[in-house]
Write a new protein. Structure first.
Lengths: 461, 461
């Protein structure tokens, strides 16, 4: 448990988490070779904070700190660390030290660290672990990466359904096979199938002779080992759960997922959506070296170059029109830009509503219709505005009328495609957060240019 | 507690939450006037699911369903409902019915509903509530909207620090003033200041004669009534808490925040960031009527129009250059578009890293330098590519060289501004998610046009 000074936590919300003071203290201690200070500070603060300190340090200092810590390295920081950082530091430890540190962690945390090791190292580590633990870990690594089997911990408290509260309490007081943290008792039948749950706050309030079967929540929310991250996150969020039993294919209790793991899942899913919408696909982008980051972002830029060239080809069709009237070249980015922005607004709302299951097949048609209307309303307003501005600027009210119509059409189409693209992508099981933005802006760009220049060609020339 | 059939939950992850079947069943029952079926179905499913059903229905059906439910309306759905929906349905209930329903809820849930009522209605509701509850609610409403005081519940389990486990258990078994759900005992001193916490999973495993002071976690993480949402979310996420005591200005225990409320906070914060980056500021955008939605998105589109016109003014400076060489008009959107995309990638990573406190003043300088390097790497590559393509397309390798240089400069500048803008905004305490995108694309657009057309003017003319 943490030893952070309570006074600090109370007096200043900024001292939740690490401060730049903590980081600069570590840097100073390393510079002055005050090894004891480094060791005591990093073992005094919460492991999650120690992980943050290590992440924020430059590679050189991080390496130094780890060598200074040596066998005093706080093992619990490992599962709190970002993947690229974890990969880079794992080689600083000897095999024996790694095995020793990992053996002290929960199974789900051990799996998290082993996942990032190359196969060779993983095998060696497993070989050095106690047999029972090795079996559990191997089983966990066999489940697919984003499934409940990987996220669950394999220790939980299960009690026969016919036990009394008194018997449970005696069992908990004596047994050594109880997990460090748990929030509910899982009542199981003779086949080890969970048939109910008793939250601890219920169990604690009942007399010793009360039977588990009389106080348990029947039909508890149950997770299957194969269930996916996003379904688990939704389950906990929707039903405000703190823990849930995990069962195998035959319905038998094999593990437990607790809310602290799910908080991570929810944040990670949101992170991924934000980054994907921003055209960044790689995890841990912040911590990769510049060249690796450039390479990981390269794909989307390449696709964007392609779509930008397609837009240019569309413009090139109107080369002679542009030659005759250069004002068209000056004005044409406005229509495309407004379409892109209006479409992105619709798209963002739709993608996020899908992730939180607020946009479903039950209401997609209504939402779609609404977004076209939104495009119409804003289209009418901005068409009027840009028409007047253009008329005044170029003293040409026919040109104003043309850009006004182009604006109206493009904003309606932006709303239409902004809503349709994610709905269609998810119908074909494509993650809408990934491909939607680039598809949308390609469409609004090309349509913006073609409608504006096309109208100009036929009305002005 | 929920009565959903366990079999369904196990056999099909899609049946977590509502299915389109549930919604169409309700619609059929309403159409056929099968009132009893509507009432029994919506009271059988989990309140959070019932709220989702009501949200997904069209306004007409929603109104019908609420009138059919009448005094059988499940009160617990109210706090699970989206704000615009909640606002629209609140008027369907009589004052007495509202008071009756709200009085059954937790204080934090009552506050959530009262917040959306207009002042007149709120006063009337409070007037009808039991005195003790009224006092608590009024106090809670006095705290600022995104502070701990508003989020906390006012019932918790506090025990004198010198009690034994046995005494605590007896107290819990007999007392009626214990909250429905709790995960820890808060140990308090004689001034009611929390000095330690005992998680229930620890308390349950100890013998009756063990003293609270001997098993409590000293220096627990403590929240002050004035602490902000994002700090609370970070605290729970970082330290994997399930509950935390809330203290007033004098350090005395006044409430408790539990992890289920924080799961909401974390998801909401991520939602807000995603929507803001997409240029949508309003909460509950999905459920607003089309005209209201159009109005709420209007502001950002207006700002975008302004910046698009600024870009056009920048292009207009080069009117004579464009007249002489129309290929420039065809090519110029490419440089601007690539800059916008590369900058958005950097920006998204930076904004998200700030929200999760991975990007801090300790490493911002390093991240900034890295992003310029990333811009250089990708800039070199895409400059080469677009140079060749342009040379081949227009048979003009000087033009290819010009666009290559423009591309290189704009991608380096995009990386620079993409990292600098959120860092600078947050230095001035402006939420980087709100203003960053529009600022960035304005800069990359204008720079993209000016660098390309400027180079062309001086090298080609």
């Amino acid at each position: 448990m943490s030893n952070i000074n309570t006074k600090n936590v109370i007096s200043n919300t900024n001292s939740i988490g690490i401060t730049s003071q903590t980081v600069s203290d570590i840097v100073t201690y390393v510079d002055k070779n005050k090894k004891e200070k480094v060791i005591s500070l990093l073992n005094k603060i919460h492991p999650a904070d120690a992980a943050d300190v290590l992440e924020v340090l430059s590679e050189e200092y991080r390496k130094n700190v780890i060598f200074i810590l040596s066998d005093k390295f706080p093992a619990e920081t490992l599962p709190s660390m970002n993947v690229p950082i974890l990969i880079s530091i794992i080689e600083y430890f000897s095999l024996e030290h790694l095995i020793k540190m990992l053996s002290t962690l929960d199974t789900d945390d051990i799996t998290y660290v082993l996942e990032i090791c190359d196969e060779d190292l993983r095998k060696k580590i497993l070989l050095g672990m106690p047999n029972a633990l090795k079996k559990l870990i191997k089983k966990s690594l066999n489940y697919s990466e984003d499934s409940a089997g990987r996220i669950m911990q394999t220790d939980y408290v299960s009690v026969p359904v016919n036990w009394t509260i008194g018997k449970v309490i005696d069992y908990l007081r004596l047994s050594k096979a109880v997990p460090d943290e748990f929030y509910a008792l899982f009542a199981v039948d003779s086949r080890h199938v969970p048939v109910g749950t008793v939250p601890l706050y219920i169990a604690m309030r009942k007399e010793r002779d009360v039977k588990i079967s009389d106080i348990m929540t029947t039909n508890p929310k149950i997770i299957r080992v194969g269930d996916k991250r996003q379904d688990i996150a939704f389950l906990f969020d929707q039903y405000e759960l703190t823990s849930a039993p995990v069962v195998d294919q035959r319905g038998r209790l094999v593990g437990m997922i607790t809310v602290d793991d799910v908080v991570d899942l929810i944040r990670q899913k949101a992170d991924e959506d934000i980054l994907k919408l921003g055209g960044v696909s790689g995890e841990g982008d912040l911590y990769l070296a510049a060249f690796k980051t450039a390479r990981s972002r390269f794909g989307w830029l390449g696709i964007n170059l392609l779509t930008a060239i397609m837009a240019s080809v569309a413009i090139a069709i109107f080369e002679t029109t542009l030659e005759k009237l250069v004002s068209l070249a000056i004005l044409m980015p406005i229509v495309a830009s407004m379409g892109g922005n209006a479409g992105t607004q619709t798209l963002t709302v739709a993608v996020r509503a899908m992730a939180t299951r607020e946009l479903t097949s039950s209401n997609s048609f209504r939402v779609f219709g609404k977004e076209i209307l939104v495009g119409l309303y804003n289209g009418l307003f901005f068409a009027f505005l840009i028409g007047i501005i253009t008329g005044l600027w170029f003293g040409d009210y026919l040109l104003g009328l043309i850009i006004a119509f182009a604006m109206l059409f493009n904003l309606i189409l932006a709303g239409t495609f902004g809503a349709a693209i994610p709905i269609i992508l998810s119908y074909f099981k494509v993650d809408p957060a990934v491909a939607a933005t680039v598809l949308l802006t390609t469409i609004t760009d090309i349509l913006g240019f073609v409608i504006f220049l096309g109208l100009a060609k036929y009305l002005l020339m």
